[in-house]
Design a protein around this ligand. Sequence first.
Ligand code: NAP
Length: 250
Amino acid sequence: MQNFDGKSVFITGSGSGIGRATAVRLAASGARVAVHDLSTEAARETCDMIRGAGGVAHEFLSDVSDVAATRAVVAAAEAKFGGIDILVNNAGTTSDFCTLDEVTEEMFDRSIRVHVRGTLFTTQAVVPGMKQRGGGKIVNVSSISGTVGNPMATTYNAAKGAIAALTKGWAKELAPFGILVNAIAPGPTITPMTTNRLAPEYFTERAKQIPLGRWGTAEDMAGAIAFLASPDADYITGQIVSPNGGLVIT
Ligand code: NAP
């Protein structure tokens, strides 16, 4: 396990799934965690899990696509912790799962607002503080949908592809400031996003297509995020790391 003693981390959407597992993991390794989410209950539960294990966490609430509200909670987290060393842009919504001809403007706007607008403007809010502190680590959460594309997922593919592109451009732009920017592109992962929506049989059938023979867990994703956020990844920037059990090998 990496050591995050003295580091402060802001994780969007960490009231559930991958974000929560990342919050718990980094806190267990010494980080102070700003648990960000839409819902008080979800964020509080993550904070309680962290505090119950002896860690430090505080909750911060906003809709990540509401730029003013998210700027305000980033400022509050900076004030609380004295700065943010690590940003994880994780908040996301499920794909609309429909054919191209069924895509509506509303679906498109929702996906782009949460994933792209959320990632872009949360990063814009955090970067000035990182520059002042002489560096930082940013880990975005893309998806294999954004790299290889999934059928029936037009707006999600577009949003996750955009996150991969943002990651690469920011890696180059922010490297002179000591800010490293990477992304993970999870394959199929068992979290409320998938278990709330998909039939149990789908999990079994999909697992057969995955060389490692199982779905990813939120903890598998948290491990990859922790690596990219750690000093072990100090020479890695602009990369899309894909924990996917071998489903996608490029
Ligand atoms: P999850 O369990 O549903 O967690 C997502 C969290 O983000 C939820 O707490 C959700 O709150 C929050 N959120 C959604 N919209 C938000 C907004 N506008 N502002 C603030 N928070 C918001 O899903 P997950 O699977 O852990 O997903 C985490 C990330 O991984 C997402 O970006 C997702 O696209 C990506 N991903 C997941 C998979 C997978 O198979 N699970 C695969 C590839 C990529 P609510 O519950 O209140 O909506």
